[in-house]
Design a protein around this ligand. Structure first.
Ligand SMILES: Cc1cc2nc3c(=O)[nH]c(=O)nc-3n(C[C@H](O)[C@H](O)[C@H](O)COP(=O)(O)OP(=O)(O)OC[C@H]3O[C@@H](n4cnc5c(N)ncnc54)[C@H](O)[C@@H]3O)c2cc1C
Length: 292
């Protein structure tokens, strides 16, 4: 297992903010998982399992943080091809854009709405990433999960519950690594799947700063209200910045690291926005981006 000491968290997250962790454990296969299990007590009090780092705001001056990355990303395996429902098993280290390319080449449909989400499959599962009315969990039917106490476990859909940007397990309370995700997909013409992926991606690119240093939506959309982006815009936060970090003028709920911003400036700006939205609309916005 490769271990990097004092890894630079800026280069490990799409927002490109933060300091360093104590160590990053790059877990590539089942042998590495065994080694990790033995080492686990040495990892310290705070362990973050992460994927692409596209939903994380790392702070500077972090102490006692160990990072674990599950990097296995072999080609997905088609488990059965009979009938209309195709079951596939995907390594959680695979990128979502890579999975979508693989699906489109084989005419497998069900995940097209998620085009443009830059995370890994494991991160999409844990966040129940969603876009344009569909969520990862819509097609998810089983998971292979590793925990330091129990090792590898196969969990079917009765063993997890997905919510808005969340996934909870019935029987796992502590740390876990998503190793593989099983999806049930449909069959369609590859050209049509490809065209839908392109269309969702273009829609995203036209309305969100997908090519900038960002971590997607800062806040969850509050229930029974307008989307967080609308509230932020009404409160004057579209394009508003502090210390090199701004709320995007393309989409007010996206924080962008424009010019060597700091996480401290980002957190101050986020606090200011939350206070203003509470004052103006009586709504307490919940974070979607995870602050570590
Ligand atoms: C340009 C841009 C656009 C985005 N658009 C969307 C969007 O439309 N919809 C949406 O929902 N999100 C969106 N996001 C946010 C982000 O891409 C998603 O939340 C994504 O699913 C996170 O995946 P990740 O691999 O980067 O996870 P990370 O950010 O690395 O981690 C996110 C969470 O998952 C956990 N995790 C990650 N991998 C594993 C694993 N293998 N095992 C256990 N836990 C794990 C981490 O501990 C953390 O809690 C966007 C982000 C960007 C930068």
């Amino acid at each position: 297992m490769k271990i990097t000491l004092r890894p630079d968290l800026k280069s490990m997250s799409t927002l490109r903010l933060g300091g360093t962790a104590d160590a990053a454990y790059h877990v590539q296969d089942y042998n590495d998982l065994e080694v990790l299990g033995k080492k686990w007590p040495e990892l310290g009090p705070r362990v973050l399992v992460m994927g692409r780092g596209s939903n994380i705001l790392f702070q500077e001056n972090l102490k006692d943080l160990s990072i674990v990355l599950w990097g296995k990303k072999d080609d997905p395996v088609i488990l059965n091809e009979s009938g209309e429902k195709i079951k596939v098993m995907v390594d959680a280290g695979m990128s979502m854009p890579g999975l979508l390319r693989w699906c489109s080449a084989r005419g497998l449909t069900g995940l097209e709405n998620l085009a443009g989400i830059p995370g890994r499959v494991g991160g999409a599962v844990v966040m129940n990433a969603g876009s344009y009315g569909a969520e990862t969990a819509d097609a998810l039917n089983r998971l292979t999960v590793w925990t330091p106490d129990s090792g590898i476990m196969e969990i079917d859909s009765a063993g997890f519950q997905a919510g808005y940007r969340s996934l909870d397990f019935t029987d796992i309370a502590g740390p876990f690594i998503i190793i593989k995700a099983g999806f049930i997909l449909g069959k369609d013409d590859p050209a049509r799947v490809k065209s839908r992926i392109r269309s969702y991606y273009n829609q995203k690119k036209n309305t969100q700063p997908v090519l900038e240093k960002t971590a997607g939506c800062v806040f969850k959309n509050p229930p029974d209200s307008h989307p967080a982006g609308f509230l932020l815009e009404k409160a004057g936060f579209r394009g508003k910045g502090r210390g090199g970090v701004i709320f995007s003028d393309k989409h007010s709920n996206f924080l962008v690291n424009k010019d060597r911003g700091s996480s401290q400036a980002a957190l101050e700006l986020i606090s200011e926005a939350r206070e203003k939205i509470l004052e103006m609309f009586g709504i307490s916005l919940e974070m979607e981006v995870e602050v570590v």
